[in-house]
Unconditional design. Structure first.
Length: 251
């Protein structure tokens, strides 16, 4: 399947392995297209195929992961990145950016970051049983010192190894999972609506109970089709806006 390595070549063995893996990946993409992802051979198998150490294989594979050609799923394996995934990640980023506060200084406070039993609604979204341990993040946003939004997020507990409180103060959680964890964010499902502020929400947002709020429920999936983030965000409807530009279609 793979051509032999040239051990007299000045090119490092891991670089030769990388070249051969790229050839293999391109063949799979040409043959299967959007039917990817396809799992790559385990490192120990590749080491046997190339008659090299696992460390040498790992260096080649890691470079392909860094370049976005491969991605790892903890406890599952290494996969070929579907061609459409990077575009989907940009679409999700753009969607988040469309929820905007114009010309205001934003501050994020992490009110909770802990492992808790999963509430039934959010456990179901994560394909977990109610009461299973989840990483819970309570994030509150302020604009020019005024509380404007509340984010409740629930993640599988092992994501605590990737996402730190400092990360979620600086960027979207799904970006941290992609950047630090090497997860491929496959898609995001959103439900946008309106709701009346509960007593707790009103107290946190300095508004009256029953005042209108914008709401955004989400489930974000990492390849292969695994829910990794869910939760609810609520926004003061007098301060936030959601704007989107939709291209016209011919006909």
């Amino acid at each position: 399947m793979f051509t032999h390595l040239d051990r007299k070549s000045p090119l490092h063995l891991y670089s030769q392995i990388k070249e051969r893996l790229l050839e293999f990946i391109q063949k799979q993409v040409n043959q299967r297209g959007e039917n990817l992802p396809q799992k790559l051979y385990p490192e120990e198998t590749l080491a046997e195929m190339f008659s090299v150490s696992r460390a040498t294989v790992r260096q080649a594979v890691q470079e392909l992961v860094n370049e976005g050609i491969l991605y790892r799923v903890r406890g599952v394996g290494t996969f070929i990145n579907p061609p459409h995934v990077s575009g989907q990640l940009k679409e999700i980023e753009r969607f988040v950016d469309e929820w905007s506060l114009q010309n205001k200084k934003i501050k994020v406070i992490i009110a909770a970051y802990e492992i808790i039993p999963a509430p039934a609604e959010w456990a179901k979204c994560l394909n977990m049983p109610p009461g299973a341990p989840v990483l819970y993040i309570d994030r509150r946003r302020y604009a020019d010192g005024m509380p404007v939004a509340l984010d409740d997020r629930y993640l599988p507990p092992e994501m605590r190894e990737i996402v730190s409180p400092e990360d979620v103060q600086q960027e979207s959680i799904f970006l941290t999972l992609a950047r630090k964890g090497g997860l491929v964010i496959e898609k995001a499902d959103y439900e946008i609506g309106a709701k009346a502020a509960s007593q707790q929400e009103a107290a946190r947002l300095n508004i009256q109970p029953g005042d209108p709020l914008l709401s955004r429920k989400l489930v974000i999936y990492a390849a292969p089709a695994r829910p990794v983030i869910t939760g609810l965000s609520v926004y003061r409807s007098d301060l936030f806006k959601y704007s989107v530009s939709v291209p016209a279609k011919s006909g």
